[in-house]
Design a binder for this molecule. Structure first.
Ligand code: BG6
Length: 482
């Protein structure tokens, strides 16, 4: 059993969770800047999209606080990236997934020209990565639409956002195309249905009509934007690759009762809707029918169907953290997962945050996706959020994290052995960062510890965990020595 030569190994980050420097270089506010630290919330609540109103957003933006809005400070990657990249290079990374903050280039999303400072920042970042032989894998949109677009016209609900995004993407492809060959459009594009504000800049109280309709309208606009910028990338950088990005919420029937199996099948149909469109080029008939029965229609404009069909992605990327089960019983015990609540699986252990640990589910996911689409896959997020202790010796002893990764790598390698075409694996996240759901840093994912607590106190110095040295060995042996 061996991984192919040239397999990409590394880690994944998102601008809004690491950069900080929320007002530097003329950057405009993004929806992530009003996301608050939730210290006391029940983990089950993290899965729910919190309500943002125009009044609460306006008040938050008038407040300079970075304590309770941790994404504003991140882990100061904006200034410390040379040190962090050096640590990633020391681990042997061949690839690093990062995202570009739209509002660093276009503060409101509507300017006609990008900010020179933002362009210079990302060019310097990608140049340094290249110097260290780390290939950038770049997400154009990772949970940080411009706040100005959210307030002005509910973000992606408005079709005009497509054109603004195209302008942003064109800047990225022309300015960074010499340094970047692998791109992703929208992080976890399916997430807009579960957290419309974070993914789509949709403010529920200002939505006219039904929220679910607004979410699918916005999702359609993101599909159209994805296909359009895929076409653009092929014109500007013919050798570059474009991927889509799915939250792989692998779901098993909770029992073999046919009703549970049917409910799981219905859930999977909606799970695969996004990849069916982005990789397959068309909406699946059954998913459209299911939406119609709920009163949701897709706002096709002239040419949309042809555009989607003509410009599917080159590869499929996805996040995988855990699996869930589905049951028709309303009283089935539920547990949180990656922005969802699912039915608890009695055969699996969970993290403190309730996320169920299921390495075999990763193999199942790889095989399902490859079987369905036959396109190369890329695991662009996988990892374990845990509390860690920095010990006197300046280390973190994290055997639990090593165990998690080892078990997942074994299954990943087995899937490749069974014939799955897998381009690479980048963990979430190689360094501790601000959690997307709870804005905690104490939910630590990294191989590198960041000395900072949930309120931002600490030196922000970086320390290698035991898992750092273990992952270094894994990469050096291309997965042969786990
Ligand atoms: C994914 C997101 O959903 O899960 C990341 O793409 C996020 O941005 C990751 O950080 C882990 O979730 P959380 O809530 O633990 O940070």
């Amino acid at each position: 059993m061996a991984l192919p030569k040239g397999f990409h190994w590394g880690g994944a980050l998102a601008a809004n969770q690491v950069e900080g420097a929320w007002r530097e270089g003329g950057r405009g506010p993004a929806v992530s800047d009003v996301s608050t630290y939730k210290p006391k919330a029940d983990p089950k609540e993290y899965a729910l999209h919190h309500v943002n109103t125009v009044a609460s957003i306006t008040a938050a933006l008038a407040d300079d606080d970075v304590e309770f809005y941790p994404k504003r400070r991140g882990i100061d990657f904006y200034h410390r990236y040379p040190e962090d990249l050096a640590l990633f290079a020391e681990m042997g990374f061949t690839t690093l997934r990062v995202s570009i903050a739209w509002t660093r280039l276009y503060p409101t999303g509507e300017e006609l020209e990008p900010l020179a400072e933002g362009v210079a920042y990302y060019r310097a970042l990608f140049t340094e990565m290249r110097r260290l032989n780390i290939e950038p894998l770049v997400t154009l949109s990772h949970y940080d639409p411009p706040m100005a677009l959210a307030l002005k016209h509910n973000g992606w609900v408005d079709r005009r956002t497509i054109g603004l995004f195209e302008r942003f993407a064109r800047t990225c492809f022309t300015e960074f195309g010499e340094l970047v060959n692998m791109w992703l459009t929208f992080n976890e594009i399916d997430g807009i249905i579960r957290h419309p504000f974070t993914s789509g800049g949709i403010i529920e109280e200002t939505v006219e009509g039904n929220l679910e309709q607004a979410c699918y309208t916005a999702l359609h606009h993101q599909f159209v934007a994805s296909a359009s910028v895929t076409r653009m990338l092929r014109e500007i950088s013919p050798g570059a690759q474009m991927g889509c990005m799915l939250t792989m919420l692998t779901t098993y029937p909770n029992t073999c009762h046919p009703d549970d199996v049917a409910a799981t099948q219905a859930k999977e149909r909606m799970l695969y809707l996004c990849t069916d469109v982005q990789a397959g080029g068309a909406y699946p008939r059954l998913a459209l029918r299911a939406l119609e029965s709920r009163g949701v229609t897709i706002p096709f404009a002239d040419g949309d169907a042809e555009l989607l069909a003509a410009h599917p992605v080159d590869f499929i990327s996805f996040s995988y953290y855990m699996s869930l089960t589905e049951s028709v019983r309303a009283d089935a015990e539920r547990t949180p997962g990656n922005t969802v609540l699912g039915v608890k699986n009695p055969f699996l252990d969970s993290s403190e945050w309730g996320w169920q640990i299921d390495p075999v589910g990763l193999r199942i996911s790889l095989i399902d996706l490859y079987d369905r689409y036959g396109k190369p896959l890329f695991i662009v997020e996988n990892g374990l959020g845990m509390r860690d202790d920095l010990t006197e010796d300046g280390r973190v002893h994290d055997p639990y994290r090593i165990d998690y990764f080892r078990a997942h790598f074994e299954q990943m390698i087995q899937a490749v052995d069974e014939g799955v075409e897998l381009l690479g694996y980048v963990s979430w996240a190689p360094i501790d960062l601000i959690s997307a759901s709870s804005s905690q840093i104490s939910k630590r994912y990294g191989f590198i510890y960041v000395d900072m607590d949930d309120l931002g106190h600490g030196s922000m110095d970086r320390f290698r965990k035991d898992s750092f040295f273990w992952y270094q060995k894994v990469i050096a042996t291309n997965g042969a020595d786990l």
